[in-house]
Design a binder for this molecule. Structure first.
Ligand SMILES: Nc1nc2c(ncn2[C@@H]2O[C@H](COP(=O)(O)OP(=O)(O)OP(=O)(O)O)[C@@H](O)[C@H]2O)c(=O)[nH]1
Ligand SMILES: [Mg+2]
Length: 341
């Protein structure tokens, strides 16, 4: 199986400019060969050591470029909530360019050293070489810091396999999304009675009949377009629009619902449907155990209307996400209809 970005990123270390400086400095103060070594040989060896340290310490850039180039659009959309793509591109190109120039300068100054006619000239050429090469990296200080933060960010992203059957659980705040994911998997996203409890994407796995499905818990979203969404809602939008699979949308008819049923229906029709493109949206009316009968009927009616008005909406009925049996029943129904029995 292709490795997931968070896993790949764990093997990437981005040094700061100071770290590079320190590594080079440590090597330059070593007195290899002692006093007996000829000044020219010593300076050539020091230049080469410096070049080798800088190139090997910035070798991470190759792995990082490979990771960024192959990163799924879902991960990119999470990255872009926090980072400017153009800044990332500039930082990468700063480091790549520094590496290329390091080799060029190394060649150039090696020749100048060999051609120097006095110890004084040799010392001055060597000093210039070191200054110029280090300045290539100094120019990337901010870029290195940005890439370090980017790598740490990617390391913390949820491990989602875009090639695995996936069910994305979405809906208004407090509708029971995390409760559902806890009921069907071993994932333990926080559940609380207040809205906006979930701030990150969480992944659980559910296996049935030899098939494993990823179940994705998303933060609650409001009925507004993506440009008005806050950073937390955007994570849900990233999953809805970029991950393949099916969507389970929860309606909350309980007296403690965060939004009116009309608003919840608008959230589905106006915000979620345009985001999910051609994915099927299964609608379940949650909290059937505590909701007034009248509200349950009203929610079922709204769900049927949404189904009638949208080709991609399928109403599946009442649910109690807090009950493992009820949640598993709903998920099995989705899996059967979406990914075959
Ligand atoms: N009685 C009952 N309570 C439920 C059910 N599902 C969720 N709850 C309760 O509803 C509240 C919100 O549940 P969560 O699972 O945190 O809801 P959420 O949709 O993940 O909320 P956000 O992450 O804040 O958007 C909690 O107090 C849950 O215990 C249910 O089926 N029945
Ligand atoms: Mg939640």
């Amino acid at each position: 199986m292709e490795k997931l970005p968070p896993e790949v990123a764990k093997g990437i270390h981005v040094p700061s400019y100071n770290e590079l400086l320190e590594r080079v400095g440590r090597r330059l103060t070593e007195r290899k060969g002692g006093k007996k070594a000829k000044a020219l040989d010593r300076e050539l060896a020091r230049l080469q050591a410096m070049r080798d340290i800088l190139i090997s310490r910035t070798d991470f850039i190759r792995d990082l470029v490979r990771l960024l180039d192959s990163m799924h659009p879902f991960y990119w959309s999470l990255v872009e909530i926090e980072f400017n793509r153009d800044d990332v591109r500039k930082a990468v190109s700063c480091v790549s360019k520094a590496r290329k120039m390091t080799d060029r300068m190394y060649e150039k100054y090696r020749i100048l050293m060999l051609a120097s006619e006095s110890p004084k000239e040799l010392a001055s050429v060597a000093r210039e070489a070191r200054g110029r090469i280090l300045s290539l990296y100094k120019r990337c200080s901010k870029g290195l810091e940005l890439l370090r933060q980017l790598v740490v960010f990617i390391q913390k992203l949820p491990g989602i396999d875009a090639s695995m059957p996936t069910v994305i659980v979405a809906g208004p705040p407090s509708s029971g999304k995390s409760t559902f994911v806890r009921s069907v998997s071993r994932a333990r996203p926080k559940v609380a009675e207040y809205p906006f409890t979930t701030k990150e994407i969480h992944v659980g796995h559910f296996s049935e009949g030899g098939r494993t499905v990823q179940v994705i818990d998303t933060p609650g979203i409001l009925d507004r377009d993506i440009d008005s969404m806050n950073e937390i809602e955007r994570k849900a939008a990233a999953a809805l629009s970029h991950l393949p699979g099916a969507v389970l949308f929860l309606l909350d008819p309980s007296t403690s619902a965060y939004m009116s049923l009309e608003r919840q229906a608008r959230l589905l029709a106006g915000t979620v449907i345009p985001l999910v493109k051609d994915k099927t949206v299964y609608v379940a009316v949650n909290k059937a155990d505590i909701s007034p009968k009248k509200s349950l009927e009203k929610a079922a009616e709204a769900a049927r209307r949404l189904e009638a008005e949208n080709d991609r909406v399928i109403y599946i009925g009442f649910m109690v996400a807090a009950s493992k049996e009820s949640a598993v029943k709903v998920l099995s129904q989705i899996i059967k209809s979406e990914f075959g029995s």
